[in-house]
Design a protein around this ligand. Structure first.
Ligand code: ZN
Length: 308
């Protein structure tokens, strides 16, 4: 009977660890709802998003690795537009999966967006007081971060690397959360192997495919990618120094990969809404990331290569 039950339960357990489109949808719908008012840096809704992420990290059993529990607070500065309150409180949310390994892989996504269009960089012609939901940018990436955290925390495998899951604040103000972490790291930077960044992974276009930047940032990446297949289309790009928080890690000579489904007419506009996210494609993107991560973990700590 016991044997029979084990047989019956095993496939259910292993399926439960896989990224699932319905959980991706739930995270995106929460973070990019109108009630979240675009998660502008310094807003109560931005703080609410941080609480949501912390709650999931705690639920998955990740250890806190901020400076105050899971949080690493810093002051962000609005520079692109003149506002009376240019200094704003911001936080990174940091959870650690300790596998007792000497080196650590960073998986990151920013959770802030443009708020009510008064912090600059909106592409709407009259952005003020419009909710910039930021479903693709970057509730989609945070959903990916949470699903990868959940997967690695619950898979019952002790990987040969530790995993550091980071939700960055104030990316839209110029990578301020990731730069703050790198200048005030909560573990030694020379213990970091590489960084995986997700920013805008919710608008998969089958003609384009998902772009994976940073392929040239270590001579190991070509080995990692050799023979990898996926149900979704993907292409690599050697450059790793643009697009999102990965650029801050690249600047510290840490190899990176950057996942991105590409630009669209709703980019940085109030119309970047949750119902436009392709959660099924995102699930397959996350499956591909897990394949690449697992293969990368079979290699020794990578050496950084600058991309000309
Ligand atoms: Zn973004």
């Amino acid at each position: 009977m016991r044997f029979f039950l084990l047989l019956l339960c095993f496939p259910l357990v292993s399926l439960a660890q896989e990224p699932a489109s319905q959980r991706i949808r739930k995270h995106v719908q929460f973070l990019a709802a109108d009630a979240m008012k675009g998660r502008g840096t310094g807003s109560p809704e931005n703080a609410k998003a941080a609480r949501y992420i912390e709650k999931q990290f705690r639920r998955y059993g990740l250890a806190p690795l901020g400076t105050n529990g899971y949080r690493q607070a810093f002051t962000a500065k609005v520079r692109r537009v003149v506002v009376p309150d240019s200094l704003r409180p911001a936080e990174n949310v940091i959870g650690f999966l300790d596998n007792g390994a000497p080196y650590t892989i960073v998986i990151g996504a920013h959770y802030d967006h443009l708020g009510m269009g008064r912090q600059g960089s909106s592409l709407d012609s009259l952005p003020h007081d419009k909710i910039h939901n930021g479903a693709d940018d970057n509730a989609s990436g945070v959903a990916g971060l949470l699903e990868l955290a959940r997967h690695y925390a619950k898979n019952g495998v002790k990987e040969p690397y530790n995993l550091l899951f980071m939700a960055f604040g104030a990316e839209e103000l110029g990578l301020q959360g990731s730069r703050y972490f790198l200048n005030n790291p909560t573990l030694p930077l020379d213990k970091l192997n590489f960084m995986i960044c997700m920013d805008m992974i919710g608008r998969y276009n089958p003609d384009r495919g998902v772009g994976i930047g940073g392929y040239g940032t270590s001579a190991t990446w070509p080995d990692v990618f050799t023979g990898v297949t996926s149900s979704i289309k993907f292409f690599t790009d050697r450059a790793g120094n643009g697009g999102s928080d990965n650029a801050a890690f690249y600047a510290k000579q840490i190899p990176v990969l950057f996942f991105h489904t590409g630009g669209h007419p709703d980019y940085h506009k109030p119309s970047d809404d949750p119902d436009k996210i392709d959660v099924d494609a995102e699930k397959h993107i996350l499956d591909l990331e897990i394949t690449l991560l697992n293969r990368a973990m079979q290699h020794p700590k990578m050496t950084f290569t600058p991309v000309k």
